[in-house]
Design a protein around this ligand. Sequence first.
Ligand code: UDP
Length: 331
Amino acid sequence: MKKHNGETALVAGGAGFIGSHLCRALLQQGYRVVCLDNLLTSRRSNLLALEAERDFTFVEGDVLDPLPQELCDRAGDITRIYNLACAASPPLYQADPEHTMLTNVVGTDKLLRFAEQTGARFLLTSTSEVYGDPERHPQVEDYRGYVSCTGPRACYDEGKRAAEAMTLDFARVGRADVRVARIFNTYGPNMNPDDGRVVSNLVCQALLRLPLTLYGDGRQTRSFCYVADMVQALMLLMESEAAGPDPINLGNPEELTITELVAAIEAIMPHPLEIIYKPLPVDDPTRRQPDISRARAVLGWHPETALSEGLAKTVAWFQRELGRNVPAKET
Ligand code: UDP
């Protein structure tokens, strides 16, 4: 990838799981990085190594508040704006649904206006949730989705759909140069152990020798992308001249049931795992799998990390994070 020495990238939501990896990768690409984050569902500890870097600046702030002066002072240098600012796990984005909706709508508007003012290219991280509980499988970008606009996930799903609409509107009238990524389930180091998502929940439970909580019958499917692959895709999309504003699916097309995910975790652990079944959350999508033909064609990208490899790295990271010394399985 081309080096971008001297240019500045703003990463809103940069202290979060994907955002923190993105900040690191941007620094490696030569960008100066300004991370704006309200630390509501993200963690300053994700930035520990980055904060020692001369070209990295952390600014605490919420995208719903006026942009911090520190950020405005650097407006002239900013050439890239990544918008990852929003709680992303179902329990956390549902904890304050009004804030989630406003973050996506008002927050995105504010960052788009900042892109208009600075001339920076803007990338919205949207979500596979725009497809809701999809009736079309796998999901291609022109599928319009099957979303409940009144259910508990609506604050996020409809918030992101509105954010996409607004981003495309800015592009249509030439107010900003934009890219839209629809991110499917992603996992890896720096996930918040308490975010309630399936990989963080199950891996932490396995390490703590607690029963694994399986919602529903475990036959619902997801497709899990390792975070390093996702960050590479986001940067390729941002830098691509060919991509244009139309949304593009980013994720791993390998679909598996949640029961199969449990088996993949069990294969890494040194002890057998116990499962307890819990009710399926309301509106929990039955199947989810990205069609990434567009990402392959436009970006030349596809995920490279096998689930077994990514899970092993994730387990090792959570092991350190939880301060537990769980012996590795003997082979
Ligand atoms: N899930 C589960 N146990 C958990 C957490 C989640 O079985 O402890 C299920 C959840 O019901 C869903 C899937 O795993 O079917 C993925 O859930 P997650 O919250 O990670 O994200 P989603 O893809 O639903 O946004």
